[in-house]
Write a protein that binds this ligand. Sequence first.
Ligand code: IMP
Ligand code: MG
Length: 174
Amino acid sequence: MSEEHLVTLISEEQIRRRIAELATEIRDDLGNGVITCIGLLKGSFIFLSDLVRAMGGPLRCEFLDVVAYHGGTRSSGAVRITADLRHPIEGQDCLLVVDVIDTARTVAYLKRLLEVRSPRSMKVCTLLDKPSGHETPLEIAYKGFTIADNFVVGYGLDLNEIYRNLPYIATYSP
Ligand code: IMP
Ligand code: MG
Protein backbone atom coordinates (compact mmCIF):
# COMPACT_ATOMS: atom_id res chain seq x y z
CA MET A 1 0.00 0.00 0.00
CA SER A 2 1.91 3.02 -1.24
CA GLU A 3 1.26 6.11 0.86
CA GLU A 4 3.21 8.63 -1.18
CA HIS A 5 0.02 10.03 -2.74
CA LEU A 6 -1.70 10.53 0.59
CA VAL A 7 -1.92 13.69 2.64
CA THR A 8 -3.67 13.55 6.01
CA LEU A 9 -6.86 15.60 6.00
CA ILE A 10 -8.50 14.45 9.26
CA SER A 11 -6.46 12.73 11.94
CA GLU A 12 -7.42 9.74 14.08
CA GLU A 13 -7.74 12.00 17.10
CA GLN A 14 -10.01 14.48 15.28
CA ILE A 15 -12.22 11.61 14.12
CA ARG A 16 -12.40 10.12 17.62
CA ARG A 17 -13.40 13.45 19.20
CA ARG A 18 -16.00 14.26 16.56
CA ILE A 19 -17.60 10.83 16.82
CA ALA A 20 -17.95 11.26 20.59
CA GLU A 21 -19.77 14.56 19.95
CA LEU A 22 -22.03 13.01 17.29
CA ALA A 23 -22.89 10.11 19.58
CA THR A 24 -23.95 12.49 22.35
CA GLU A 25 -25.99 14.56 19.89
CA ILE A 26 -27.76 11.46 18.57
CA ARG A 27 -28.62 10.12 22.04
CA ASP A 28 -29.79 13.58 23.14
CA ASP A 29 -32.18 13.71 20.16
CA LEU A 30 -33.38 10.12 19.99
CA GLY A 31 -33.18 9.22 23.67
CA ASN A 32 -31.99 6.08 25.36
CA GLY A 33 -34.37 3.71 23.59
CA VAL A 34 -33.42 1.25 20.89
CA ILE A 35 -31.97 2.85 17.76
CA THR A 36 -31.64 0.85 14.55
CA CYS A 37 -28.31 1.82 12.98
CA ILE A 38 -28.21 0.95 9.30
CA GLY A 39 -24.70 0.92 7.86
CA LEU A 40 -24.36 1.41 4.13
CA LEU A 41 -21.67 -1.02 2.95
CA LYS A 42 -18.89 -1.02 2.43
CA GLY A 43 -17.70 2.49 3.21
CA SER A 44 -19.45 2.95 6.58
CA PHE A 45 -18.19 -0.18 8.33
CA ILE A 46 -15.43 1.47 10.35
CA PHE A 47 -17.40 4.63 11.12
CA LEU A 48 -20.40 2.57 12.22
CA SER A 49 -18.32 0.39 14.51
CA ASP A 50 -16.80 3.39 16.29
CA LEU A 51 -20.08 5.34 16.34
CA VAL A 52 -22.16 2.56 17.94
CA ARG A 53 -19.57 2.03 20.65
CA ALA A 54 -19.56 5.76 21.39
CA MET A 55 -23.38 5.86 21.45
CA GLY A 56 -23.79 3.11 24.00
CA GLY A 57 -27.26 2.06 25.14
CA PRO A 58 -29.55 -0.32 23.32
CA LEU A 59 -29.26 -0.38 19.55
CA ARG A 60 -29.44 -2.69 16.58
CA CYS A 61 -26.89 -2.91 13.76
CA GLU A 62 -28.19 -3.61 10.30
CA PHE A 63 -26.41 -3.40 6.97
CA LEU A 64 -27.41 -2.54 3.47
CA ASP A 65 -25.26 -3.26 0.44
CA VAL A 66 -25.99 -1.71 -2.92
CA VAL A 67 -24.45 -1.48 -6.35
CA ALA A 68 -24.89 1.47 -8.64
CA TYR A 69 -26.60 0.67 -11.93
CA HIS A 70 -23.94 2.60 -13.81
CA GLY A 71 -20.23 2.65 -13.07
CA GLY A 72 -18.09 5.75 -13.00
CA THR A 73 -16.86 7.99 -10.26
CA ARG A 74 -20.14 9.78 -9.58
CA SER A 75 -23.50 8.23 -8.94
CA SER A 76 -26.80 8.52 -10.75
CA GLY A 77 -28.58 7.50 -7.56
CA ALA A 78 -30.28 4.48 -9.05
CA VAL A 79 -29.02 1.50 -7.11
CA ARG A 80 -29.80 -2.18 -6.80
CA ILE A 81 -29.88 -3.61 -3.28
CA THR A 82 -27.53 -6.59 -3.15
CA ALA A 83 -27.95 -7.26 0.58
CA ASP A 84 -31.09 -6.03 2.29
CA LEU A 85 -31.81 -5.49 5.99
CA ARG A 86 -32.40 -8.71 7.94
CA HIS A 87 -35.40 -7.41 9.86
CA PRO A 88 -38.38 -5.09 9.40
CA ILE A 89 -37.88 -1.50 10.60
CA GLU A 90 -41.54 -0.60 11.02
CA GLY A 91 -42.07 1.69 14.00
CA GLN A 92 -38.33 1.96 14.73
CA ASP A 93 -36.07 4.98 15.13
CA CYS A 94 -33.50 4.47 12.39
CA LEU A 95 -30.15 6.04 11.62
CA LEU A 96 -28.82 5.58 8.09
CA VAL A 97 -25.04 5.67 8.56
CA VAL A 98 -22.87 6.49 5.55
CA ASP A 99 -19.24 7.32 4.85
CA VAL A 100 -19.55 10.32 2.54
CA ILE A 101 -22.23 12.27 0.75
CA ASP A 102 -21.19 13.68 -2.60
CA THR A 103 -24.02 14.04 -5.12
CA ALA A 104 -26.39 12.88 -2.34
CA ARG A 105 -28.22 10.78 -4.90
CA THR A 106 -27.46 7.37 -3.40
CA VAL A 107 -28.53 8.31 0.10
CA ALA A 108 -31.57 10.32 -1.02
CA TYR A 109 -32.74 7.31 -3.02
CA LEU A 110 -32.14 4.84 -0.18
CA LYS A 111 -33.78 7.07 2.41
CA ARG A 112 -36.95 7.24 0.32
CA LEU A 113 -36.86 3.51 -0.24
CA LEU A 114 -36.50 2.78 3.49
CA GLU A 115 -39.18 5.28 4.49
CA VAL A 116 -41.71 3.18 2.57
CA ARG A 117 -41.19 0.54 5.28
CA SER A 118 -42.78 2.86 7.88
CA PRO A 119 -39.99 3.43 10.40
CA ARG A 120 -40.91 5.79 13.25
CA SER A 121 -38.05 8.03 12.13
CA MET A 122 -35.26 7.84 9.54
CA LYS A 123 -32.29 10.16 9.99
CA VAL A 124 -29.11 10.37 7.98
CA CYS A 125 -25.71 10.36 9.67
CA THR A 126 -22.64 10.88 7.49
CA LEU A 127 -19.01 11.02 8.49
CA LEU A 128 -18.14 13.35 5.60
CA ASP A 129 -20.17 15.77 3.54
CA LYS A 130 -19.12 17.43 0.28
CA PRO A 131 -21.77 20.17 -0.02
CA SER A 132 -20.43 21.47 -3.32
CA GLY A 133 -21.18 18.09 -4.92
CA HIS A 134 -24.86 17.91 -3.94
CA GLU A 135 -27.19 17.49 -6.89
CA THR A 136 -30.37 16.62 -5.03
CA PRO A 137 -31.86 17.94 -1.78
CA LEU A 138 -31.19 15.76 1.27
CA GLU A 139 -31.72 16.47 4.93
CA ILE A 140 -28.59 15.43 6.81
CA ALA A 141 -29.31 15.23 10.53
CA TYR A 142 -25.77 14.39 11.67
CA LYS A 143 -22.58 15.32 9.91
CA GLY A 144 -19.03 14.56 11.07
CA PHE A 145 -17.01 16.88 8.83
CA THR A 146 -17.69 19.15 5.88
CA ILE A 147 -14.96 18.81 3.27
CA ALA A 148 -14.08 20.26 -0.13
CA ASP A 149 -14.74 18.37 -3.32
CA ASN A 150 -11.51 16.32 -3.19
CA PHE A 151 -11.24 12.58 -3.44
CA VAL A 152 -10.47 11.15 -0.02
CA VAL A 153 -9.57 7.69 1.27
CA GLY A 154 -9.21 5.92 4.59
CA TYR A 155 -11.38 5.13 7.59
CA GLY A 156 -13.63 2.98 5.41
CA LEU A 157 -13.32 4.94 2.17
CA ASP A 158 -11.56 3.29 -0.73
CA LEU A 159 -9.84 3.85 -4.00
CA ASN A 160 -10.49 0.69 -6.01
CA GLU A 161 -11.03 -1.16 -2.72
CA ILE A 162 -7.65 -0.12 -1.28
CA TYR A 163 -7.01 2.22 1.69
CA ARG A 164 -10.17 1.42 3.66
CA ASN A 165 -8.00 0.38 6.61
CA LEU A 166 -6.12 3.67 7.00
CA PRO A 167 -7.01 4.88 10.52
CA TYR A 168 -7.26 8.49 9.30
CA ILE A 169 -8.77 10.33 6.31
CA ALA A 170 -6.38 11.42 3.57
CA THR A 171 -6.67 13.20 0.28
CA TYR A 172 -5.43 11.17 -2.61
CA SER A 173 -3.55 12.83 -5.46
CA PRO A 174 -2.10 10.61 -8.14
P1 IMP B 1 -23.30 10.02 -3.83
O1 IMP B 1 -23.51 10.91 -2.66
O2 IMP B 1 -24.56 9.41 -4.37
O3 IMP B 1 -22.51 10.70 -4.92
O4 IMP B 1 -22.45 8.75 -3.42
C1 IMP B 1 -21.45 8.79 -2.46
C2 IMP B 1 -20.65 7.51 -2.65
O5 IMP B 1 -19.61 7.76 -3.63
C3 IMP B 1 -19.96 7.10 -1.38
O6 IMP B 1 -20.69 6.16 -0.62
C4 IMP B 1 -18.65 6.55 -1.89
O7 IMP B 1 -18.80 5.17 -2.22
C5 IMP B 1 -18.37 7.30 -3.17
N1 IMP B 1 -17.49 8.47 -2.92
C6 IMP B 1 -17.81 9.77 -3.08
N2 IMP B 1 -16.77 10.56 -2.78
C7 IMP B 1 -15.76 9.74 -2.42
C8 IMP B 1 -14.40 9.96 -1.99
O8 IMP B 1 -13.90 11.10 -1.87
N3 IMP B 1 -13.67 8.85 -1.70
C9 IMP B 1 -14.17 7.60 -1.80
N4 IMP B 1 -15.42 7.33 -2.20
C10 IMP B 1 -16.22 8.40 -2.51
MG1 MG C 1 -15.94 3.29 -3.22
